[in-house]
Design a protein around this ligand. Sequence first.
Ligand code: G
Ligand code: G
Ligand code: MN
Length: 639
Amino acid sequence: MGPTVQNAFFDNYTPVSDIAMMALCFVMYALVLTSYVTRTRSYRIFMVVLGSLVLAGMTNVSYNMLLKTGDVAYAGAVYAGRITYHAILYFVFVMFSVYIGEVTGLDKPRKRAILLTAAILAGVMTALEITFALTGHGFRFTKAGVTARGINLFMIGYLLFIIMQAVLLVRVRHLLYKRVMNGFFASVGISLVIMILQQIFKQSSFTTVTFLFPVVAMFYLMHSNPFNAATGTVDSRAMQEMVRYMHTHRKSFVFLSLYLPEFEAEGKKLPDEIQATVRRFATGFFRGAVLFQVRNGHLILMVPKTRNPDYEHRIQNILSAFRKQYAHFRYSYKIVIGESMEEISEKNEYVSLIRNIHRDIPDDSVHRVSPDDIRRFNRSEYILQELTDIYTKKNLNDPRVRAYCQPVFNIQTGRFDTAEALMRLELEETGLVYPDQFIPMAEAHGYIHVLTEIILHKTCQEIRKMSEEGFDISRISVNVSVLELKEDDFCGDITRVIDNNHINGERIAIELTESRSEADFMVMKEKIEELRGRGIKFYLDDFGTGYSNMERIMELPFDIIKFDRSLVIASGADERSEKIVENLANMFKDMDYSVLYEGVEDDKDEKRCREMAASYLQGYKYSRPAPIEKLRNFLPKAG
Ligand code: G
Ligand code: G
Ligand code: MN
């Protein structure tokens, strides 16, 4: 063996693939920086891996360049470079293992065990490489040239890590969304194939490239996939995809929806122990099930029926397991279980259907979807469509919005000279629709203000007509939602409608309910003051229901406090309650508010309310809400 003869194995090194690999790392880095990525732990691991790979590439290129010179003066640097290069790759393997532990949400002891095993393996392998370099085994760079006799240590380390990773992946496979898991397996497999190929072709240029495949898999998992590692769930877009797929392929499924209202708010996260439980539930009870997180606190498990012919039995199992968990966690919940239905699949509306059902079922209940639910859902979808149309057209004379009215008895004048306007919808397919079925929807979709303008317009129109006919009407109150006060030109919108109908602002009152929010309170105060300047009166609606902050109420310039029917009922129940209501009413009266009792149903109610500082009375005793034209039957004629 002559002094210039070099081992073909090392001669075959070219830096091209290392450079390409580093370039790719930079591209991925740039992509991550320019996309919206949450800075989770797995994100940080990903960044560390990218950095390490660039470092490994640079080290590999450098030591191979020194090696190419064939100058043994560089021997020390070559050994050091080579060992460093391998040590960095071992470190990347350690990071891969930690990453797997992270995305599968293993518990702390298990994550620590993985880290420890990987770190020990990396440490031992690095120590062996150093020892071999010192004792002259394996790779050697001497005057005689480069040799790699004996054992290729790095290849052993590489294989050990691949085996460790494969074992790890197999053991955690039930914790991950199946497609994601397959991606991981494929990336490890491809790395191994490349490694074997380069051995066959006596190459060494592609080692770092093989590390890129798992990195690409990580990149995809973290950023482009809707997969949420913490809960093992996929987002609602993916669920729509699955519904579409199942529908076009005529596959039926069962869905189990779990809603945890406490975690609904933006930015709220399920506690770690719940996440772990969710992951177990997603995979532990059904074959081929996929768990979707459609919102904060709302999970839906989709179960293909073909793979679970005994799904009824499995549903019972998961429910009883759930009850055990509930006994432990005690977060309130709503569970909805149903089967795929042609008409819902076609419109891909399972999430809306379930959310619609949530409105009707109590907390901590399990509900099986019934044909009645579907009917109600279709009805509310129809109502929503109509509301959207009403909102878009913004026709103040829209015949679908009906002004109903309930007369209010004025004790001082002894006559019905005021009334409350109450909205109804009259729709082709449903007939009359009551506020509880459309007001919350209109509020949620931002349509409520247009509805208010319409009902206000119709009320003003009718006031003007009735006045012209000689009826004596002092004012009609209109309900306004607190949400509307935040409209750009709330006061302008209200006064414009009143002015366009040529009536005086004093003919209109606005009913508002209390709000818990400090911000709402400030807006409320501002708007009330502005509109009061135009003569509009203000009522505090629903006093006595839920929350009452006296201090705040007193700060708002209301004219009338409307005592809710619940107070009328309570005052009739026992003397103590009557005393409380009476004192409340007197307190308001002393402070120059008028008190209106709502829900006066009979003579006894009326008598009691009169004795409890009433100024106004409203309720079924006098009239149910009726079309506003009917108000003529109650109003006194002027003069
Ligand atoms: O009578 P009735 O069932 O309509 O009233 C139910 C509830 O709907 C009441 O609490 C009332 O405040 C509310 N409501 C009725 N009409 C309107 C309206 O025009 N606008 C708003 N925001 N709420 C209304
Ligand atoms: O806006 P407010 O929440 O005040 O709406 C009044 C509600 O109370 C309407 O739904 C109306 O139909 C209802 N209502 C009016 N009078 C009575 C009554 O005497 N008894 C009962 N139970 N409800 C009434
Ligand atoms: Mn009201």
